[in-house]
Design a binder for this molecule. Structure first.
Ligand SMILES: [Zn+2]
Length: 243
């Protein structure tokens, strides 16, 4: 199991960020990190493990290869929770930072059941979103979960990244640029994930390196831009654990 080693990086213009990215976000797969074992307890996947899905109770099979984080996959390809997209190691990294009872938690509301990615000790749902989502689905999830935050994986929008100051641009990429304005950052985003502009709950963009962007305002029409704050991944994780 790989941990969020990015927490230990303190050099602001660190030259290892490309490596960090490589470590954490290139691996893709499907599945969940926890299943219910014969002893009715949540457990991580092991090569000979046997388990069922905590949400839909169907049979899970362990996936313990060399590339992806060890995880469980539904034996039947029939979906479990329609809201759940194909899981990636990006999801599993995030879910691994909280205790097992706070990841992949089924929540019942309004006669529906959905599996939250993470729920904090104070009951805040953390919705991890890797792929595109419609504005209708955003509104539906916000209504269902109530107290929640969004974390969007936008690491694929920053493929040529440099951290540092380049002619006034602090975070440069051919698709995404951040400009340091002192206590906040403005951004320009070419080919933006427009749907992200329609969230109403606290929204964070995961660049896939040492920083997380707290999105305050996003204007989806071209030229897309907005503003927000940059915070260190380890700080965000500290807050998440304490929340
Ligand atoms: Zn299931």
């Amino acid at each position: 199991m790989v941990v969020f080693a990015a927490e230990t990086i303190t050099d602001p213009a660190n030259r290892t960020h490309a490596k960090v990215h490589e470590l954490f976000f290139v691996f893709r797969g499907r599945g969940m990190i926890y299943a219910i074992g014969n002893d009715s307890k949540r457990k991580k996947a092991t090569p000979a493990g046997v388990g069922t899905c905590p949400h839909c109770s169907s049979v899970m099979v362990p996936k313990c290869g060399d590339i992806n984080i060890w995880h469980w996959a539904h034996k039947s390809t029939k979906g479990c929770d329609a809201w759940r997209e194909s899981e990636t190691d990006w999801h599993r990294q995030w879910k691994s930072i909280v205790p097992s009872e706070r990841a992949e938690v089924t929540i019942s509301n309004f006669g529906q059941r959905h599996r939250a990615d993470i729920i904090t000790s104070k009951g805040v749902v953390v919705e991890l979103q890797h792929s595109a989502i419609s504005t209708a689905d955003i509104a539906e999830r916000e209504a269902f979960y109530g107290d929640m935050i969004w974390v969007f994986d936008i690491s694929d929008c920053l493929q040529k990244r440099w951290i540092g100051n380049y002619g006034g641009v602090d975070y440069f990429d051919n698709r995404f640029q951040l400009h340091n304005k002192g206590n906040y950052y403005t951004f320009r985003w070419k080919h933006p994930r427009k749907h992200i502009a329609y969230t109403t709950k606290p929204t964070f963009l995961d660049f896939g390196d040492i920083n997380i962007f707290r999105l305050r305002r996003m204007y989806p029409d071209a030229p897309c831009g907005g503003w927000g704050n940059l915070l260190r991944r380890y700080k965000f994780i500290e807050r998440l654990k304490a929340a």
